[in-house]
Design a protein. Sequence first.
Length: 346
Amino acid sequence: MCGAGAVGSRAARQLASSAEVSSVVLIDRATERAEAVARSLGPLAVHAPSAGWPWPDAVLADADVLIVAAPIVGGLTSLAPSRVANAVGLDVVRAALTAGVAVVAVADGITEVEALLDLDAEARRAGVPIVVGAGMAPGLTDVLALHAAAAFDEVEEVHVAKAGTGGPACASQHHRALGEEAVDWRDGTWIRRPGGSGRELCWFPDPVGGRDCYRAGLADARLLMPAFPGVRRVTARVAATRRDRLTAALPMLRRPHPEGGVGAVRVEVRGRRGGRSDTAVLGAIDRLGVAAGAVAAVSALWAVTGRLGQPRAAGLASLVDEPGVFLAELARRGVKAAAFEGADPG
């Protein structure tokens, strides 16, 4: 486990409680944090010294899967300086592939996601998967979209929205994304639009309810589009306030809270079934750090047991063959999804 923050610590806890797991090794730039998390998980978990950050090669030699719950930087990047300081390089992912170790990355920035997807050929040669974007959104939203799509004869549109943030790294990414160019898929081409534009009122499960959501530099469409051949539109939005939008181009005015609160995701799939147009809406609500950690942990277990199909670098929508089973496992771990019935209020 590389990174023991809000998401990494939750993923480690999920793994430590899994019968299939014999040991969990944690490492974080803040050695005392990794040590505290390992101690809280009992004898199954240990921490590795941060000397040689981000990952001692000796640990990979005995590992089956590497979860990267920290920002990833490789080549040109738009990561903020604070995120670069805590980031790991693509060399860590390549070292895992060389060792035959599967990789699960929680990364959700466009630059990070595209850098990981570019390792597809290397993942195929190594015979292990790189799960890209294994958090709440992208991640859980990918599986929800795949599950909803199973009821359609043809999927025409997929729209994702997210409200809330996980830990500090997630809050920083949310802040930065609102000031970045959004990338949507529309009629066979990528369309770029200003971040903070395209306001849309989206309804999430209670108690989050209705929130104004906007375009932002989100990687969801990049991961979802390949999973739905022929899809016409794929978009992603994030809930934001007026202050969020006005300050997106500035450094964060205050330090993010170490533990994100309750958030929610919404996935809307439009298409045709039974010869007519139809729409399905699925959602989930939870503390985002907790939910993202559970998604990362289940992804890691599925990667190790060969349940993610052919080895490659892709998002969960392209890797999971049984979305209902994946969601059932998440529900067993406390992360539950729900279908929206009826018309949106308003």
